[in-house]
Design a binder for this molecule. Structure first.
Ligand code: PMV
Length: 325
C-alpha cells in the first residue's frame, strides 16, 4: 500500500488535569514549565480521519462537518507538516474531525483533538503507530494532548517529550462530573493566557515552585488509591493555577458566578461527609471528582446549583485507538 492510499482513523478521549499544567518552559518546543497528571474521560471523545492524497492543492480540514480556517487550521497544518517531514512525504491531507462535545469551551477539546490528529496522521503517512511518539507530537501542538494518548491516569513529567500512563490500583476508579456553566467559546486561549501569566503575575514563580511537590504527592495518592488524599491536592492545584492568573495584569478570569456556586456546592457536600473535589481549567466549567458510590448525590446537588445547565458524568476513558484503511 502506498502512503497516499491510506486513511488513518483515530479516536482519543479528553483528559482533565488533576495536577495542572500552566506555563511553558520553552514556547517554541511547547515544553511545560511544570509536570502534570490527568484522568482521561470516557464520555468526551474526538474521532479523526486523515488521508494524504496527491490530488489536493492544500490541506483541507473540517470539524463537525464545517471547514475550519485561520489560526485553528494553521495549528493543524503545523502538526501535519511535522508528520510529512518525519514520513518524507509531500502530499496534502484531508482531515475530518468530530467531537461529541462543544469545542473550545474549556472541555479539553484541544487535548482529544490533537491526540486523535497525531495518531491518525502518523499512520495515514505510513509511520508505525507508536503511542509515545504520537504523544510527543500531540504535545507540540497542545501539551495537555500528550496525556490523551493514554487511558486512565496519565502523567507528563517535567522535561519529558511524551506522557506516560500512571497505574492505579484496579479498585480505584473515581468518577468525574463536568458541570457545564456557560456556553460559547472561551474568552482567551490557554497559550496566550499562560504567557500573559508568566510575564505579568507576581504569583507565577510561586506556582512554579509549588507545583512539583503537589504533583508528586498526587502520584502517591493515585498509586495508593486514596481519593481522600488526592482530592484536596486536586483543589489546591486548581486554585493555585487560577490564583497565578488572577494576579496577572490585567487578570485572566475564567470563573463565572455559576462556577463559584458549583465550587460552593462541592464544599457543602464535603461538609456532609461526601468525598467530592472540584477542579477548573481555562474555561468556566467545574469538574467534580468523586467516588462511584457518590455519583447520584453529587449529580443531584450540582443539578440544583444556580447556573449549572448540564452535567456530563465521566468515568476513566481508554487509550487512544488507531486503525488504517
Ligand atoms: O494544552 P493546553 O495548551 O490546552 O493547556 C491546558 C491547560 C489546562 O487545561 C488549564 C491545564 C491542563 O493541564 O490541562
Amino acid at each position: 500500500m502506498t502512503p497516499s492510499s491510506r486513511t488513518g482513523h483515530a479516536t482519543a478521549h479528553a483528559n482533565i488535569a488533576l495536577a495542572k499544567y500552566w506555563g511553558k518552559a520553552d514556547i517554541e518546543l511547547n515544553m511545560p514549565a511544570v509536570p502534570s497528571l490527568s484522568l482521561t474521560l470516557d464520555a468526551l471523545r474526538t474521532e479523526t480521519k486523515v488521508c494524504f492524497t496527491g490530488s489536493l492543492a492544500s490541506d483541507e480540514v473540517s470539524l463537525d462537518d464545517q471547514p475550519i480556517s485561520g489560526r485553528p487550521k494553521q495549528r493543524i497544518i503545523e502538526l501535519l507538516d511535522r508528520v510529512r517531514a518525519e514520513a518524507r512525504i509531500q502530499s496534502h491531507a484531508r482531515v475530518q474531525s468530530r467531537n461529541n462535545f462543544p469545542t473550545a469551551a474549556g472541555l479539553a477539546s484541544s487535548a482529544s483533538g490533537f491526540a486523535a490528529l497525531a495518531s491518525a496522521a502518523r499512520v495515514a503517512a505510513g509511520l508505525p503507530h507508536d503511542p509515545a511518539k504520537a504523544s510527543s507530537m500531540a504535545r507540540r501542538s497542545s501539551a495537555s494532548a500528550a496525556r490523551s494518548l493514554f487511558g486512565g491516569f496519565a502523567v507528563l513529567p517535567l522535561n519529558e517529550e511524551s506522557a506516560q500512563p500512571l497505574i492505579a490500583p484496579p479498585s480505584f476508579r473515581p468518577a468525574l462530573i463536568v458541570a457545564v456553566t456557560a456556553s460559547g467559546p472561551k474568552a482567551i486561549g490557554s497559550t496566550e493566557a499562560m504567557e500573559h501569566t508568566r510575564k505579568t503575575s507576581p504569583y507565577y514563580q510561586a506556582w512554579l515552585d509549588s507545583s512539583p511537590g503537589l504533583y508528586q504527592a498526587m502520584i502517591d495518592a493515585v498509586e495508593g488509591g486514596a481519593l481522600e488524599v488526592l482530592g484536596p491536592l486536586v483543589e489546591q492545584s486548581c486554585l493555585m493555577m487560577h490564583a497565578s492568573m488572577l494576579a496577572a495584569a490585567p487578570a485572566v478570569a475564567y470563573w463565572r458566578p455559576a462556577s463559584v456556586s458549583a465550587m460552593q456546592t462541592v464544599r457543602n457536600l464535603r461538609s456532609e461527609g461526601i468525598p467530592a473535589f472540584f477542579t477548573m481549567d481555562a474555561g468556566p466549567h467545574v469538574k467534580v471528582l468523586t467516588s462511584e458510590d457518590h455519583v447520584p448525590v453529587v449529580e443531584a446537588a450540582l443539578n440544583r446549583t444556580d447556573g449549572v445547565s448540564r452535567l456530563i458524568t465521566c468515568r476513566a476513558g481508554p487509550d487512544a485507538s488507531v486503525e488504517v484503511e
